[in-house]
Design a protein. Structure first.
Length: 183
């Protein structure tokens, strides 16, 4: 019986030692992973700073010049591929926000900028006091020639009509594809 008791005690001691080693190993692995991630973040930050230097016309020497030339080449291929994909889909990319815009649309449905042009700068709204001055109403633009009068338009749940020009737009769009106004 003493042999069994001694064997069990030895096994328990061995398991406790291995558990302790495993716990220590796990803690060390987690610390190593944390330090490696910190190093990767610093590498990323350095890369961003080097990119900014080159982006604004600077240089860090031949070794960096060669790598940055490769980056510009790859970036050009990526842009060309994106243009080709958009062309294949029949869309363009908004020059302001990058959203996909139907080729026929005059304005971006996400940011309202003219198709193919950066978004116009937003003017600060005028501070008007209701006691002195009534708010000015925007004059509606005439309805587009291809848009039926509001009474003849079917009500569709996934589309909404522009209150200014009458163009039907997808319900998810914030700006009219025809006139660029908020819908």
């Amino acid at each position: 019986m003493d042999d069994i008791k001694s064997t069990i005690t030895d096994i328990a001691g061995s398991v406790a030692k291995k558990s302790s080693q495993f716990l220590r190993s796990t803690k060390l692995t987690m610390a190593l992973t944390s330090e490696e991630q910190k190093l990767k973040n610093l590498y990323f930050d350095i890369g961003k700073k080097v990119h900014e230097i080159y982006r604004y016309g600077g240089s860090l020497g031949e070794a960096f010049d060669e790598v940055y030339a490769q980056i510009r080449e790859i970036d050009g291929r990526i842009k060309a591929l994106k243009r080709e994909i958009a062309e294949n889909k029949g869309v363009t990319s908004c020059g302001s926000c990058g959203a996909s815009v139907e080729r026929e649309a005059d304005f971006c449905p996400k940011c309202g900028s003219p198709n193919g042009h950066p978004a116009p700068r937003q003017r600060e709204p005028r501070q008007e006091t209701p006691e002195r001055e009534a708010p000015r109403q925007q004059e509606p633009r005439p309805a587009a020639s291809n848009a039926p009068p509001p009474s003849e338009r079917p009500v569709v749940s996934n589309e909404k009509s522009c209150p200014v020009c009458g163009k039907m737009n997808a319900a998810s769009e914030r700006f009219c594809l025809l006139c660029g106004r908020v819908i």
